[in-house]
Design a protein around this ligand. Structure first.
Ligand SMILES: [Mn+2]
Length: 253
């Protein structure tokens, strides 16, 4: 299916409501992960997508992001992700997703679950990580609703989400933002865990198709890092990465 590819800053208004907007968190150390995540979204999608990267350098240049980096931020998009509703001009629905995801299913299936009663929708993980470090040694912190913010469907026009201004995102604590403390519990909708399948936490049951991942989240580090090249589901990511490289070569030749 066709896509509109934009570089940031993208147009504030989504001119075609039939286009689903997606913001992928970008970190320069994980450029390959970003490219593969984006490729996998487009490859399986039966609906048009408008995909933008959330790049901290661009947000700083646009004066939308100015806070200092804290010790608990393992990626450049730890806090900037919460600008997603603002970046749409508080219009319609949009998805934020970390770059360390690999899609194996049609995002239209997730879009079909959107419910305007909620301000956000996400996978409600109960998750207590065992590792004390992740990726290249960044500190792992444990907190309630851990990993809920890694893939969020934002009802951007919901009045509560208008609170997520640059001023708030640049000043609030990690706890406030990652625990969705600007919302009441019943404003946080749930989607099946297969849409944020945590490698090393969620398990596939061969007899239960509802456990098969639709979006694989390499939350502790994926095969784009040498240390994790043999992790669970590494083969699927590496295959997608090879496909992307071949396509890029075809374009060049
Ligand atoms: Mn992640």
């Amino acid at each position: 299916m066709g896509s509109i590819d934009t570089t940031f800053p993208s147009p504030a208004v989504n001119h075609s409501p039939a286009v689903f907007r997606i913001f992928i968190g970008y970190d320069p150390r994980e450029d390959d992960a970003y490219e593969v995540c984006r490729h996998s979204l487009l490859k399986h999608s039966s609906i048009p997508l408008q995909i933008s990267a959330i790049k901290q350098a661009d947000l700083r240049a646009s004066k939308l992001y100015w806070r200092d980096r804290g010790p608990t931020e393992s990626t450049e998009f730890s806090f900037s992700r919460f600008l997603t509703p603002y970046l749409t001009g508080f219009q319609g629905w949009a998805m934020f997703v970390d770059c360390d995801f690999l899609y194996t299913a049609d995002i239209a299936e997730l879009v079909a679950l959107l419910d305007d009663r909620y301000a956000v929708m996400c996978v409600h993980h109960e998750y207590a990580p065992k590792e004390t470090t992740k990726m290249d040694g960044a500190v792992q912190t444990v907190y309630p609703r851990k990993n809920w913010s890694s893939m969020v469907l934002y009802n951007c026009s919901h009045p509560k989400n208008h609170l997520l201004t640059p001023d708030l995102v640049n000043s609030q604590t990690g706890a406030f933002l990652h625990r969705f403390m600007w919302l009441e519990d019943d404003e946080i909708g749930s989607v099946p865990f297969s849409w944020n399948f945590l490698v090393g936490h969620n398990l596939v049951n061969e007899n239960d198709p509802s456990t098969f991942p639709k979006a694989i989240h390499y939350t502790s580090g994926g095969p784009w890092f040498e240390r994790y090249k043999d992790c669970e589901f590494a083969d699927l990511w590496l295959k997608e990465s090879e496909e992307l490289k071949k396509e890029k070569k075809l374009v060049k030749n």
